[in-house]
Design a protein around this ligand. Structure first.
Ligand SMILES: [Zn+2]
Ligand SMILES: [Zn+2]
Length: 259
């Protein structure tokens, strides 16, 4: 498996995952043009993608979905709730390119097994994904207000966990956002804080997880340093010293991760 986060943050999200001949885009929350440019940097032509998988309807995950699907004839994998809610953004997708999945039921795209699992977030039908190919397993979960046991069991033993570290709680509280927005982000259906991300990783460590990419950092309420240092401190407090931590970049390719 080869995993490449292209963009990650409140301004737009998209990642690339490949195994054998199967090439997936997970979310397409930048413009079609920006995503095609990012793909060209990793030598992937968009018409060779096997499909686009959508976590939820928010525009930072769906901005480019419709245009990419229409222009390159790409199937879009989504659940019914997300499809309905994202249509004002993506516009109508062709019937042939609409692939509906059921939350909590796994399916295959080419050689990759995909399990969409429910996440607490204020979108129509928000999911995370577990991708499995051979011995390798990758869990993708951003836009989560809080960590649930069910999500931890989905992610157990993953070779890599792509997990939200959205904000530092103090920065958010002191920051410029209006009070209702602060409340929304802090709620159980908002976004995961650095501290709670660290706590989730302590639990995942016990299941064998040794590699995490911190994702979906807020531009206003977080920094790469803040996310990295908070998560590292929580892990150290639990006497964990051998978890590899990478922070995903907001505006470009984070790295090429071979699993
Ligand atoms: Zn988002
Ligand atoms: Zn969202």
């Amino acid at each position: 498996m080869r995993f490449i986060p292209l963009f990650s943050g409140s301004s737009g999200n998209s990642s690339y995952l490949e195994s054998g001949d199967t090439r997936l885009l997970i979310d397409a929350g930048m413009t079609g043009k920006a995503i095609v440019e990012a793909l060209s940097k990793i030598a992937v032509s968009p018409e060779r993608l096997s499909g686009i998988l959508v976590t939820h309807d928010h525009v930072d995950h769906t901005r480019g979905v419709g245009i990419l699907s229409r222009k390159y004839n790409l199937p879009v994998y989504t659940n019914a709730g997300t499809l309905r809610a994202m249509t004002p953004i993506t516009r109508e997708l062709s019937y042939a390119n609409t692939r509906l999945f059921q939350t909590d039921e796994d399916f295959y795209v080419g050689s990759i097994n995909v399990l969409p699992f429910k996440t607490p977030h204020d979108a129509a039908e928000s999911v995370g994904f577990v991708f499995t190919s051979g011995e390798k397993k990758l869990t993708y979960m951003t836009d989560i207000g809080c960590m649930r046991e069910s999500m931890l069991s989905c992610a157990a033993g993953s070779s890599l966990v792509f997990i939200e570290a959205n904000h530092d709680v103090e920065m958010l509280k002191r920051g410029p956002y209006p009070y209702p927005l602060k409340q929304r982000i802090l709620s159980e259906k908002g976004h995961l804080s650095n501290e709670n991300c660290g706590r989730a990783l302590v639990k995942l460590y016990e299941t064998g997880v040794r590699f995490a990419v911190l994702a979906h950092l807020s531009r206003e309420n977080n920094t790469e340093y803040e996310a990295y240092s908070t998560v590292s401190r929580v892990l150290e407090e639990a006497n964990i010293g051998d978890m590899r931590i990478v922070v995903a970049k907001r505006d470009g390719i984070t790295g090429i991760f071979e699993l």
